[in-house]
Design a protein around this ligand. Sequence first.
Ligand code: TXA
Ligand code: MG
Length: 340
Amino acid sequence: MLTHHYTVNNQKLSKQDLDTCSKLLKKGELVAFPTETVYGLGANALDPFAISKIFVVKNRPMDNPLILHVDSIEMAKKYVTDFPPIALKLATIFWPGPLTLVLNKNELVPDEATANLLTVAIRIPSHPVAISLISACGFPLAAPSANLSGKPSTTEVKHVQDDLEGLVPAIIDGGKSTFGIESTVLDLTSKIPTILRPGSTSIRQLEMVLPKVIFKDKSTSKEIAKSPGMKYTHYSPKASVIIVKGSPQNVCKKINEISDEQTGILCIKEHAHLYKKGQVIVLGSKKEPNQLASNLFESLRMFDKLKVTKILAEYPEYGELKEAVVNRLEKASGGNIIIT
Ligand code: TXA
Ligand code: MG
């Protein structure tokens, strides 16, 4: 398949390109597009055949449900049995933005989009191109992250091309994703709102609005997670990832002990000079912890290009989005952690 590329200027697609891309979606084709979190691989969420293409192209397990991207609260309300006051409150505060709400779905949502669950995950993305695309279509876009299943999510168009060139008819280049980590998935169908996946809306932001919110990090546990996607291997570069956790001195000593020239080392800027061997990639500075989130997937993909044999990663527990960053890195490591 020939992949066509479209470029965003000043956060906007030209009218002609928007028209072409929305026509593709209306015909049941897939379009990769930018969001503020990561790139998405969009399909008409109301068309089971279009949805099935997402699963084929990504090689995504069929029991992993998709997020519906809408352009307004009105559009979100169309696809749920009830939009409770708590959803309205959260949507008013956090939408458009990186918060996905899990609500009870109605019959308009095909079972293919929700992997036969009775619930549906919905959000309004804040990227203007994503919103204009949904509005031009007039239907919600089902969109997982635009990567092959198991690989790190895509935060720049070059990653999308690495994974999907030739497999999809259109890729929209919107530059680097602002957050770089996916949305927070919050289940509002349980008694107490429950975070199923930590993400770019921080737990502290939610705690400021909700009287009670549950977050049990199951990323490394064998327990079946309620968010089905969380049980699969995820975000994995080619080389295996080992997290090293402990005091900075111990972590540095351990990494120097077990690394060689072919080892990839993922660390914060403040520690980069301490590593004597291996190929060091700086995730960012602990003084600007949002960099750690926005650079994570890019860094994991860079190790593939460097052809390292293993990756030793410092435990990056800094800043507002620390649970989300740690969760992604733990998933990338398959729970492989050295505590020193
Ligand atoms: O930021 C994001 O959320 C990005 C952009 C493109 O919007 N999308 C994204 O989609 O990360 P995906 O498919 O890679 O991850 C969706 C997550 C999975 O963990 C999935 O299991 C969960 O949301 N999910 C979707 N529908 C659900 C539902 N009805 N109940 C529980 N979890 C659900
Ligand atoms: Mg994903």
